[in-house]
Write a protein that binds this ligand. Structure first.
Ligand code: ATP
Length: 545
């Protein structure tokens, strides 16, 4: 790309298009690799002879390829005795996960050990993908197999450059999807896989057609073209076997998945007293019983955990009832907590099987992270994702422009300053403490009376003179941020609910007391600071990461 005589947008796009038409999906721009999704298997891209060809070749000597990038990164790690990271970024459906798999395959090829019985670390990392995808991927409008979590895969190497361990770190699964989906998207794959399981499993988990479950039937899409949920269920079980997840653990995992589906069908109506609710009808009671049975907890306690709330007062703890709307919010909160804990458990379990090398001096990390998102309707998830991308852009600016230009200055090299847009002001707008959008959101979440309207008003007041922030003319709750990659308007309607990550004490107590050690293990007794009073929030956890 740098050899183009005129470097402008049409020229860049044309160059990429001409190459793509010839099935050349990789192009360099400096030491960055642009990969365009071929949407078809191109065997020459990944075959072993291609790997051989790139091994040890100088960067730029051969045609651009993702293997060349991995090769440089490996050799640099070995020569400079330093860890390295490869960032894979792009919008949803761009091909990040597929590219990450190719990178891992090549690193395994370079640093793999000859097999000494059993499976090698690198095989196990690759084999963990189908399990992660079953529980963390879903069909979205952009991608039938969209990863709804960020992933950093660490490949650990010993001094001789052989792989000595690996670890998968995941970043915040999109939790709102568990309870709320829009047509024509789907919930996480595993729910549909399980509803297509062999009949003995269906019976054991009291399941039925996916369209009978509220968490699945909010969308008109139940099936994905070219994907057999029944076959995928068996494939997931087999992948779980391969990575060493025991039969009992698998049974418990799917039992919990089924319990989440049943929870979603527990509906409430107004009770006799004001601000009270009761389980709606026999159907809802069936699902309450099923959820309690599968989670192996007390049915009455589960019901109470949803329709009652304990409040600390100066006179002591009092128990109040809640209206049907609050009971539904409580139910969805519980379902989301259970599912996210289950996902975290799976990741830990996979890591335990793969085996990390805590002593390893070097690693290559591959970061497969959600790209910039701008849809017709953007919510809290898009703000978190776009904030992450602003941080990555800042890192890029720091390394490519700021540091490079400072070095030129230091070495008194004659050069002409390259203009770039510094996005520090967007980062300040979002993450400054106190006073940034996240800080104000956290503050709003602490006050039960605060609504998305009052939160939005606060933003309008606070940032009325911020050139990166604006209020859309006709809205009272939306706001627009001028991101490095373009303008995005966010609807704040569900921001408060989605940001709250407080584990309700009653929910925690209920599941901690489960007779099933797998379930109680997902909800260990929490120290004081992790309970309701905790200031942890989703947006804050994004900042910490
Ligand atoms: N190198 C490739 N060869 C063949 N097909 C590919 C390749 N890259 C991507 N695809 C196709 O595109 C689809 C989407 O790719 P992928 O899941 O990697 O996107 P992504 O960027 O990770 O998306 P998301 O952010 O939604 O998870 C894949 O399921 C596959 O069908």
């Amino acid at each position: 790309m740098t050899r183009l005589s005129y470097l402008h947008e049409p020229g860049v796009l044309d160059n990429l298009a001409v190459r793509y038409a010839k099935n050349i999906i990789y192009t360099y721009t400096g030491n960055i690799l642009i990969a365009i999704n071929p949407f078809q298997r191109l065997p020459h891209i990944a075959e072993p002879s291609t790997m051989e060809k790139y091994k040890g070749a100088n960067f730029g000597e051969l045609d651009p390829h993702v293997f060349a990038l991995a090769d440089v990164s490996y050799r640099q790690m070995m020569n400079e005795e330093k860890s390295n990271s490869i960032l894979v970024s792009g919008e949803s459906g761009a091909g990040k996960t597929e590219t990450t798999k190719l990178l891992m395959r090549y690193l395994a090829f370079l640093g793999g050990r000859s097999k000494t019985g059993g499976r090698t670390v690198e095989q196990q990392v690759l084999e963990s993908n189908p399990v992660l995808e079953a529980f963390g991927n879903a069909k979205t409008v952009r991608n039938n197999n969209s990863s709804r979590f960020g992933k950093f895969v660490e490949i650990h190497f010993d001094k001789s450059g052989k792989i000595s361990g690996a670890a998968i770190r995941t970043y915040l699964l999109e939790r709102s999807r568990v309870c709320q989906i829009n047509s024509p998207e789907r919930n996480y794959h595993c729910f549909y896989f399980l509803c297509s399981a062999p009949s003995e499993d269906i019976k054991r988990y009291k399941l039925g057609d996916p369209s009978s479950f509220h968490y699945l039937n909010q969308s008109s899409c139940i099936k994905v073209d070219g994907m057999s949920d029944a076959e995928e269920y068996l494939a997931t079980r087999s992948a779980m076997n391969t990575v060493g997840i025991t039969e009992q653990e698998q049974e418990a995992t799917f039992r919990v998945v089924a319990a989440v589906l049943h929870l979603g069908n527990i509906n409430f109506v107004k009770g006799r007293d004001a601000d009270s609710s009761v389980v709606k009808d026999e159907k809802a009671k069936f699902h309450l019983n099923a959820a309690a049975e599968l989670l192996m907890c007390d049915r009455e306690k589960l019901e109470n955990a949803l329709i009652k709330r304990k409040i600390n007062t100066p006179e002591g703890v009092i128990t109040t009832t809640v209206d049907p709307n609050s009971a539904t919010v409580s139910r969805d909160g519980l379902a989301k907590q259970i599912y996210c804990r289950l996902f975290d458990w799976l990741v830990n379990r996979l890591n335990a099987s793969i085996g990390q090398d805590a002593q390893s001096a070097r690693l290559i990390g591959v970061l497969d992270i959600y790209g910039f998102e701008s849809f017709k309707t953007n919510s809290f998830e898009q703000l978190c994702i776009n904030f992450t991308n602003e941080k990555l852009q800042q890192h890029f600016n720091q390394n490519v422009f700021k540091m490079e230009q400072e070095e030129y200055n230091r070495e008194q090299i004659d050069w002409s300053y390259i203009e770039f847009v510094d996005n520090q002001d967007v980062l300040d707008l979002i993450e400054r403490k106190p006073g940034g959008i996240i800080a104000l959101l956290d503050e709003a979440c602490m006050f039960p009376k605060c609504t998305h309207e009052s939160f939005s008003q606060k933003l309008y007041e606070k940032f009325k003179n911020n050139k990166r922030f604006s209020k859309p003319k006709l809205s009272r709750t939306a706001f627009t941020i001028q991101h490095y990659a373009g303008e995005v308007t966010y609807q704040s309607d569900h921001f408060l609910d989605k940001n709250r990550d407080y584990v309700v004490v009653e929910h925690e107590e209920l599941l901690n007391a489960s007779k099933c050690s797998f379930v109680s293990g997902l909800f260990p007794s929490a120290p004081e600071e992790n309970t309701k009073s905790s200031k942890s929030s989703i947006a804050n956890r994004f900042k910490v990461h």
